[in-house]
Design a protein around this ligand. Structure first.
Ligand code: GAR
Length: 224
């Protein structure tokens, strides 16, 4: 059932790169299509354009340096404990990984079970990991796409919330395909956040159901 929240959903975004998905969520919030507030943008990369984007928008942005933890047997967990402190201080309700190129550990996964999302530029479970647009072309796929999923301990493995498919064209390079996929990422990530904000996502095992949704049931065929 859709639930009306008294206050905007408190969201944190973890990003390592250019931050176009972060921007898509910011834009959707400004346009009023997503009822949320970004309370913190955090990066493991000091010079991440995403951090600059955040500050330009007047959002709280923070670089958390992984270096002090390097070499420790629990370096990833220790790093995530520092992130968790920040997230708790900001009373974060939903964490978005948006081009966050660091594996998150149990520390964050358990604290934010079914409250942490990731966007990935393939139709999972095909092509988890890196360079996935190139891999989809080389495999000879006719469709590629993107996936928003809840984050679990397995990389790119959690329950799928939304997916969008795009055709792979004969003359596609990984760059042209990545650009076509990215356009869809910018649509489905804000959409997933709004579904969460409305309390409409119900997780049962691996499956995520959208309450009061109206799936259109149409097939996507490529080549059409
Ligand atoms: C996006 O294409 C996102 O799907 C991908 O990194 C890019 C980040 O772009 N994420 C992954 O590959 C995670 N496995 P952005 O910084 O412009 O949002």
């Amino acid at each position: 059932m859709s639930t009306k929240r008294p206050e905007a959903l408190r969201v944190a975004v973890l990003a390592s790169g250019r931050g176009s998905n972060l921007q898509a969520v910011i834009d959707a919030i400004e346009a009023g299509t997503v009822q949320a507030k970004i309370v913190s943008v955090i990066s493991n990369k000091k010079d991440a354009p995403a951090l600059e984007r955040a500050s330009r928008q007047g959002l709280s942005s923070l670089f958390v340096d992984p270096k002090p933890y390097a070499g420790r047997p629990d370096s990833r967990e220790a790093y995530d404990r520092e992130l968790l402190d920040v997230l708790r201080r900001h009373n974060v309700e939903l964490v978005l990984l948006a081009g966050y190129m660091k594996i998150v550990t149990k520390v964050l996964v358990e604290a934010f079970a079914n409250r942490m999302m990731n966007i990935h530029p393939s139709l999972l479970p095909s092509f988890p990991g890196l360079d996935v647009q190139k891999k989809a072309i080389e495999w000879g796929c006719k469709l590629a796409g993107c996936t928003v999923h809840f984050v679990t301990e397995g990389v790119d493995e959690g329950p799928i919330i939304l997916q969008a498919a795009v055709p792979i064209l004969d003359d596609d390079t990984s760059d042209t395909l990545a650009a076509r996929i990215l356009e869809q990422e910018h649509k489905i990530y804000p959409r997933a956040v709004q579904l969460f904000a409305e309390g409409r996502l119900r997780v049962e095992g691996r499956r995520v159901f959208i309450e009061a949704g109206k799936p259109d049931g149409q097939a996507v065929i490529s080549p059409s």
